[in-house]
Write a protein that binds this ligand. Structure first.
Ligand code: ACO
Length: 407
């Protein structure tokens, strides 16, 4: 499948990447992200950048734009994990931007996802102004924590052991433990081999790895690195310890890992970017302000590729039935009215209570924000005001959504 897009200074051909074109396409990405692709760097990345599921935009036979995805499953409220495309490696070369190349790549990719049966697509955005127009919406947010001078309350969970692993052991154990612990929050994705092929070396190889064991065995891990903050003037500053990845089966394991991190010698502060909004740490401390929130940002952007399948698969809260009308010009098969009840959701011809597009639907889908908040912001058209409180309880979820996997 090739699409030709007319540009002011020539045509672009949008087509699937072919084997052998991976490195040239990766260099488009490298340049756009201000990174030099050396032979050594490409050797490390090659396994995570297959031609499969990748599209290129070609000008005079040369790649000038790229987008890709890897297949995964994403957990939705209620615990089901749906087929999803984890979109990554999106770039257009600087001398070809703002001519519609990304728009054409996104259209090709979304059509491909729909054909493959991906119910959802998910990405982490470099800028928050890019993806809404393609039907992606902020589906989970993350907070950055800075912890210093903290001590635990007497009633905080305790127990268990933490041990540090060597790199080889960690590279085997951490992927297995992540898979065994399962997708405990809506928004979490399966980490497939194509993801680990780079993360095993970069994430694990460049971090210290500690594993927590509770009564049932290994139940959490943390990856961290340190950066010396000491100066001649401030010899007691110690190091900043930054958490690169932390997943645990329960809050006792989270507490155990944090107790360990906060006891590491010669460390003056622990930084943990991108934690879930309901991270339990502050509530476990004698001084909750010892755990400061230093940032709050969008974390994952979701696109409902197959709206009927996505709505049918998630769990709904209590409430009177609500009919939501969706208008999706990019994937017209999604356009229609959906009757949502505590027992499920299905297409209907009944009168609509609420009307919106795919971006706002994605913002509601994992329960990150209530419909009333997005209606107040003007993103959701309210045709029947009496339905709004019911929509709030139907869309509400027990657990805060979070992806927790960088890609
Ligand atoms: C999931 C990920 O991989 S995130 C990484 C994304 N990649 C990067 O950030 C790398 C650097 N940036 C780039 O490569 C490019 O600027 C891209 C990919 C973001 C955009 O590519 P372009 O081909 O210029 O986009 P395109 O011309 O199709 O623009 C479509 C629309 O988005 C807008 N747009 C595109 N990029 C941006 C941006 N960075 N900020 C604001 N608006 C943008 C355009 O103005 C245009 O708006 P319009 O439809 O109202 O005219």
């Amino acid at each position: 499948m090739t699409i030709t897009v007319r540009g002011s200074s020539g045509d672009y051909r949008i087509r699937p990447l072919e084997p052998g074109e991976e490195r040239a396409a990766f260099e488009v990405l490298g340049r756009a992200l201000h990174r030099t692709v050396t032979d050594e760097y490409w050797a490390r990345r090659e396994g995570s950048f297959p031609a499969e599921r990748r599209f290129g935009a070609f000008a005079s036979g040369e790649p000038v734009g790229v987008t890709g995805s890897f297949a995964t499953r994403l957990a939705v409220p209620g615990g089901k994990a749906l087929p999803a495309a984890a979109v990554d490696g999106v770039a257009v070369r600087a001398d070809h931007t703002r001519r519609g190349v990304l728009t054409a790549l996104m259209a090709a990719q979304l059509a491909d996802c729909a054909r493959r049966g991906d119910v959802l697509a998910v990405l982490h955005a470099s800028e928050a102004t890019i993806y809404g127009r393609f039907g992606y919406g902020i589906a989970s947010r993350g907070q950055s924590l800075r912890v210093a001078g903290a001590s635990f309350r007497a009633d905080a969970p305790s127990g268990g052991e933490v041990r540090l692993l060597g790199t080889a052991e960690a590279q085997e154990l951490v992927p297995r433990l992540y898979a065994e612990m399962g997708l405990s929050r809506a928004g979490m994705i399966e980490r497939r081999e194509v993801w680990w092929s780079y993360a095993r070396e970069r994430l694990i190889g460049e971090h210290q790895v500690a594993v927590h064991s509770g009564p049932r065995g290994d139940d959490g891990f943390v990856l961290y690195r340190t950066e010396d903050l000491r100066t001649f003037d401030q010899p007691n500053l110690g190091a900043a310890l930054t958490v690169g990845d932390l997943h645990a089966a329960d809050t006792a394991a989270v507490a155990g890992l944090w107790r360990f991190l906060l006891r590491v010698d010669l460390v003056s502060e622990v930084r943990a970017p991108g934690r879930p909004l309901d991270d339990p740490l502050a509530a476990m401390l004698t001084d909750p302000r010892a755990c400061a929130v230093t940032g709050l940002d969008d974390e994952s952007w979701l696109r409902l590729v197959d709206v009927p399948a996505a709505l049918a698969a998630r769990e709904w809260g209590p409430g009177e039935p609500v009919v939501v009308e969706v208008a999706d010009p990019q994937l017209p098969a999604n356009s229609g009215r959906y009757r949502i009840t505590p027992g499920g959701a299905e297409a209907t011809t009944g009168a609509a209570d609420l009307r919106t597009g795919p971006e706002t639907l994605a913002m509601l889908y994992l329960g990150d924000r209530p419909p009333s908040a997005l209606a107040a912001a003007g993103r959701l058209e309210v045709l029947n005001p009496a339905a709004l409180p019911h929509a709030d309880t139907l869309f509400a979820t027990r657990v805060t959504p979070w992806c927790g996997t960088p890609f």
